[in-house]
Design a protein around this ligand. Structure first.
Ligand SMILES: C[S@@+](CC[C@H](N)C(=O)[O-])C[C@H]1O[C@@H](n2cnc3c(N)ncnc32)[C@H](O)[C@@H]1O
Ligand SMILES: [Zn+2]
Length: 361
């Protein structure tokens, strides 16, 4: 924890600033606080700092399901800690119409940072400050990966009870709200940490086109694979990744290329997503399969549901984009000019790439 984190940290119970008790220990006389205690100036709640990370989750106000998700994903990120150069492009593909220039010199908030891959992307894109939380042990992996980066503040925290002042210019949450008991509460909480012109972007699994996962894969995940010990989960997901890797690289991608000269050819099963992951190496496909089978809680949400979260969060006129025909990316801003700019960018893309959304339902 950097001493400058105190400018941003707030008590999760009463939203007041916290102070660092003088007995803290730093790493090699630097300003990196490795252990210590933070105390709320108002309600005097104490939060520990251990292994360089403020621990600001309180099980009495987080849902049990979210805490369990955090524990399970901690194993997942320890099994796949690698930060890959391709995450930059993947991130901006997920959250289009947000582009790298948008985050330059901004205070950004990564709600559910996992191993910290998007914190790294934010630093590469020129963010001024990056605030990040994860509810579980993934936060230690993030700290190891990117905790050393300047102006990055990594905190163990719950998206539903964010430990920050309302200063973020831009908050994003990728693949997290869909693992929370109440995705809407997660987005409301993110919105509450934005400044008056702040913007938010999310990406979650969609319900549309995922009926087969909901009907056939989810029951197996719930009954068996989410309960496997981590070594077994890694093995099973590795075996599952082999046909997925083969299908995406050697069938879906060449088929898509063939469609360019023969447009009458029909789409293959789950084609858009499979073409999308055909640019990934086997380790990344293995990781994706692993994520899918270990999650104890996974919501597959319809366009209408995602829209309703934005409404509840007071984030108007969200731009919702059906990503790879299996997930929803949503963006909104408290600033109407930013919304307008982003809407125009989104329309340009939908004309050039035909990202047509299905009718909800
Ligand atoms: C699929 S991972 C995505 C991580 C990251 N956003 C990424 O794309 O690399 C989901 C992460 O959300 C975290 N998570 C789940 N519920 C959470 C909550 N209520 N608050 C904070 N993090 C949460 C999990 O611990 C896990 O690391
Ligand atoms: Zn307090």
């Amino acid at each position: 924890m950097k001493l400058t984190a105190l400018d941003y940290l707030r008590c999760i119970h009463c939203a007041n600033p916290v102070v660092l008790e003088p007995s803290y220990v730093t790493a090699n006389d630097s300003d990196e606080v490795m252990s210590g205690k933070l105390e709320c100036q108002n309600c005097h709640k104490i939060y520990s700092v251990t292994n360089g990370i403020p621990r600001m989750v309180d099980a009495s106000i987080s849902t049990a399901a979210d805490v369990i998700s955090g524990d399970v994903f901690a194993h997942a990120w320890r099994a796949f800690p690698r930060i890959d150069d391709r995450y930059f492009q993947q991130f901006f593909d997920w959250i289009h119409p947000v582009a790298p220039e948008f985050v330059q010199n901004k205070i950004v908030l990564d709600a559910g940072c996992g191993k910290g891959r998007h914190i790294n992307v934010m630093v590469q894109a020129g963010a001024k400050v990056v605030l990040a939380v994860d509810i579980g042990g993934a936060i230690d992996v993030a700290y190891e990966n990117v905790g050393h980066l300047p102006n990055v503040h990594i905190v163990q925290g719950d998206v539903a009870n964010l430990p920050f002042a309302p200063v973020a210019d831009f908050a994003f949450s990728l693949g997290v709200l869909d693992h929370m008991e109440s995705p809407a509460d997660g987005l409301v909480s993110m919105s509450n940490k934005l400044n008056e012109n702040g913007s938010a972007a999310i990406w979650v699994y969609g319900r549309e086109n995922n009926g087969w996962i909901i009907a056939f894969v989810n029951p197996i995940r719930l009954a068996i694979t989410s309960k496997l010990p981590s070594a077994a989960a890694k093995l099973v997901s590795g075996l599952m990744a082999i046909p997925v890797f083969f299908y995406s690289h050697f069938i879906a991608k060449p088929w898509k290329d063939l469609q360019k000269s023969m447009p009458a050819l029909p789409d293959l099963f789950y084609q858009d997503y499979m073409v999308y992951i055909s640019s990934f190496d086997f380790t990344e496909v293995h990781h994706i399969a692993h994520d899918h089978i270990v999650a104890p809680l996974a919501n597959y949400s319809s366009k209408e549901e995602v829209n309703s979260w934005f409404e509840k969060a007071g984030l108007p006129e969200p731009i919702l984009r059906w990503h790879n025909k299996n997930s929803w990316a949503g963006f909104s801003s408290k600033n109407s000019q930013i919304r307008q700019i982003m809407r125009e960018r989104a329309q340009l893309q939908s004309v050039s790439q035909k990202h047509d959304a299905p009718q909800p339902g």
